[in-house]
Design a protein around this ligand. Structure first.
Ligand code: 5CA
Ligand code: ZN
Length: 415
């Protein structure tokens, strides 16, 4: 599937100032509950981020998650790494089919329309596109191949023609979330699982292939006629496009369990001895009025609606960057004028022919971002530079150009 347009043009990311390099990147790994360096020794940094289920428009929660991983992408590039980035689109799944049925729209048309809107939103927010943007439907052969491989090592069984993955086949099952069985069982049903289905060997086993249901789309395959389960979609896509061991598996914290736990286990059983990701990185949940923003609840602040209201997308991006990616936060309209004022201040400071010194600023901003993507701290450092410049420090000719390049490449904000 086609990705979106790169904000830096077809050639890629905007460049840092000449000769500048960021430090090695560390991020918080949910699995070890510690900061972990994610700088590959050789070859590109490989990142898989879970993409949207396209049945409604991009909200600020989605945007926050994709901007968080965009910071990681940029921090790696600042440190001199090539990045191989893959993202999926869950373009066939229960919530999408349910929405299409409820509104009487063709599910393919719904998925295509919302995916296109997501691309437009990502381009406006200057999120770097993935190298491969991959749909579930187009990946069905990969899923079938992976399920067959899991079958060949005895990890698949059948319940009325639906195929299940035996979670106990992965000795490391549970290590992504670190949750107890009780904690897992408490949320499994609410997050797409079916713990009580008769015939399952373990209540936590997850669906790999769902046999055709009346009125639902299905594909012919060696597994019978049906469609892929959710978790295996991501493990099959990641494994095919990035290999058996990746650097970062990313998504919002609502995906820690079951989604990332299950996809990691499936990949680890398919490739025995492998560890699926070096780090499992999760963005906090964005809420509205005390509740998680979600398409199913409908309490949404949409990126497209904010853009239609005339808001500069760079203001939206600055609102997002003002919150540390790992914490949960609530959408607050008062953040908008504050971000507008900040953007205005930075734009006026970089427009001056000379400004406050930039050498430490550049190092400190890159260090903040390489240290668990601390964008709020980076913004405060830039506020300080803009204030100092505004007060009349003009000791460095051309400082504005350096800051413009820094803010563009490291934070994705165009001044
Ligand atoms: N297609 C699956 C992943 S394979 C999915 O979860 N789709 S989604 O559309 O529901 O979410 C897309 C991404 O946005 C996921 O990474 C999810 O964790 C994240 N996300 C969803 N809601 C929020 C929220 N309120 N705040 C922050 N991130 C969110
Ligand atoms: Zn996923």
């Amino acid at each position: 599937m086609r990705a979106w347009t790169s904000p830096g043009g077809v050639t890629g990311t905007p460049a840092l100032p000449e000769g500048v390099r960021g430090p090695a990147v560390r991020v918080f790994d949910s699995s070890t509950r510690a900061l972990r360096e994610v700088s590959p020794a050789d070859g590109p940094a490989r990142m898989y981020v879970c993409g949207i289920t396209p049945y409604d428009a991009t909200h600020m929660g989605h945007a926050a998650t994709y901007v968080a991983f965009d910071l990681l992408n940029r921090a790696w590039r600042s440190a001199g790494h090539d990045v191989q980035y893959v993202q999926n689109v869950t373009d066939v799944d229960d919530p999408l089919l349910e929405r299409a049925t409820a509104t009487g729209e063709d599910w393919v048309a719904l998925a295509e329309r919302e995916t296109e809107l997501f691309r437009t939103d990502m381009t406006a927010l200057r999120v770097l596109p993935p190298d491969a943007y991959v749909g579930a439907v187009e990946s069905i052969p990969l899923v079938v191949e992976m399920v067959e491989q899991l079958h060949s090592v005895g990890s698949v069984y059948d319940v009325d023609s639906d195929l299940y993955f035996s979670v106990t086949r992965d000795p490391a099952f549970g290590e992504v979330s670190g949750w107890t069985r009780e904690e897992m069982l408490r949320v499994f049903a609410d997050r797409g699982g079916d713990p009580d289905r008769p015939g399952k060997k373990d209540p936590l086993d997850c669906l790999l292939w769902q046999a055709e249901r009346p009125g639902e789309p299905a594909w012919d395959s060696a597994l019978g006629r049906g469609r892929p389960g959710w978790h295996v979609e991501c493990s099959a896509i990641a494994r095919h496009h990035l290999g058996a061991a990746i650097d970062v598996q990313g998504g919002g914290s609502d995906l820690v369990f079951p989604h990332h736990e299950m996809s990691a286990s499936e990949a680890q059983v398919a490739d025995p001895g492998s560890r699926f990701a070096q780090a499992y990185v999760h963005a906090g949940m964005v809420g509205l009025d005390g509740e998680k923003m979600s398409k199913s609840k409908g309490n949404l602040v949409l990126v497209s609606r904010l853009r239609e209201s005339g808001l500069d997308p760079m203001v939206i991006r600055l609102v997002l960057l003002g919150h540390h990616y790992r914490g949960d936060w609530q959408w607050d309209e008062a953040d908008v004028p504050a971000a507008e004022a900040r953007l205005e201040k930075w734009r006026s400071a970089v427009a001056k022919p000379a400004g406050a010194p930039t050498q430490h600023l550049v190092t400190d901003v890159l260090t903040a971002l390489a240290t668990d993507l601390d964008a709020p701290f980076a913004l405060r450092l830039l506020d300080h530079w803009a204030n100092t410049t505004d007060f009349g420090d003009d000791s460095e000719p051309g400082a504005g150009d350096v800051v413009r390049a820094l803010v563009d490449s490291a934070l994705g904000v165009q001044l």
